[in-house]
Design a protein around this ligand. Structure first.
Ligand code: 3PG
Length: 261
């Protein structure tokens, strides 16, 4: 499987997740408990940052003990960390930024990857290498919604997972953007809740986020009702309207954007 298929998988994975909690833990027990609380709250996919000494061991442990959790390795800074994450069983990889050597390695990686970028030039460089899904980081610091709306025209075929500074209050508007496939953030897993073992709070916050996601897809920012979709050849069939859509690339139904097939 090459980069094209892995990028389709990355888009599917992120679209299914919708919201990606960015988790930083200091012990294996914390990793286990916070992941279980997120799963119970309705968020099965996480980005586990490689920012603590125990993170890599925690990644391997989660893959062994909590098979229902989709674990991405986050804060992957080097090719060595990339390889260690793959060896530990990561389901996908996320980087905060992507220097050329790391981009080359990620392009050849045998799993879905979400390379990070902060500027149109960086995003276009990744696009030229074959990436179609990128983490926009740090999203709010580099322009937030205005930046994302600005990118939607000239870089329309690149889907984004904005992360950095998004909160429970701003999540919904980010999710409404047509070039946003998923959003990331730590608001449902702040460091003090993890340190204090406040798993009920994590579970409740994840449940709130999951509820926000379940209303995603019902109404677009233009007020148009979105359709549930199934696929027929290269066209989308919008079940809601009971008729065949325009070719999927022209379909305004956000369930089809991007069409994962
Ligand atoms: C990340 O690594 O993606 C960020 O630390 C997450 O940003 P946030 O803490 O502002 O949500």
């Amino acid at each position: 499987m090459g980069i094209e298929q892995h990028q389709v998988k990355a888009a599917e994975l992120l679209r299914a997740a919708g919201i990606l909690p960015v988790v930083t833990i200091h012990t294996l027990d914390q990793a286990r408990a916070v992941s279980a609380a997120l799963l119970e709250g309705g968020l099965p996919a996480i980005e586990l940052t490689l920012r603590t000494p125990v993170a890599m061991e925690a990644l391997a442990m989660l893959k062994r003990e909590l098979p229902d959790v989709v674990v991405g390795a986050g804060t992957v800074l080097t090719v060595e960390q990339m390889q260690q994450s793959i060896d530990a069983g990561a389901d996908f990889l996320v980087t905060p930024g992507t220097p050329p050597a790391l981009a080359d390695a990620l392009a050849a990686a045998p799993l879905p990857v979400v390379p990070g970028a902060a500027t149109p030039t960086e995003l276009l460089s990744l696009f030229a290498r074959g990436f179609r899904v990128c983490k926009l980081f740090p999203a709010t610091a580099v322009g937030g919604l205005a930046m994302i709306k600005g990118l939607a025209g000239p870089v329309a075929d690149l889907k984004l997972c904005p992360t950095g500074g998004i909160t429970e209050n701003t999540a919904a508007e980010y999710l409404e953007q047509k070039n946003v496939v998923c959003i990331g953030g730590s608001w449902m897993v702040p460091g003090n809740w993890i340190a204090n073992g406040e798993w009920d709070k994590v579970r409740a916050s994840a449940a709130d986020a999951a509820r926000a996601l379940s209303s995603r897809g019902r109404r677009s920012s233009t007020g148009r009702v979105r359709c549930s979709r199934s696929r027929s050849a290269d066209r989308c069939v919008c079940a809601h309207r009971g008729k065949t859509c325009v070719p999927w690339s022209d379909c305004a139904c956000l369930h089809c954007d991007p069409c994962p097939w």
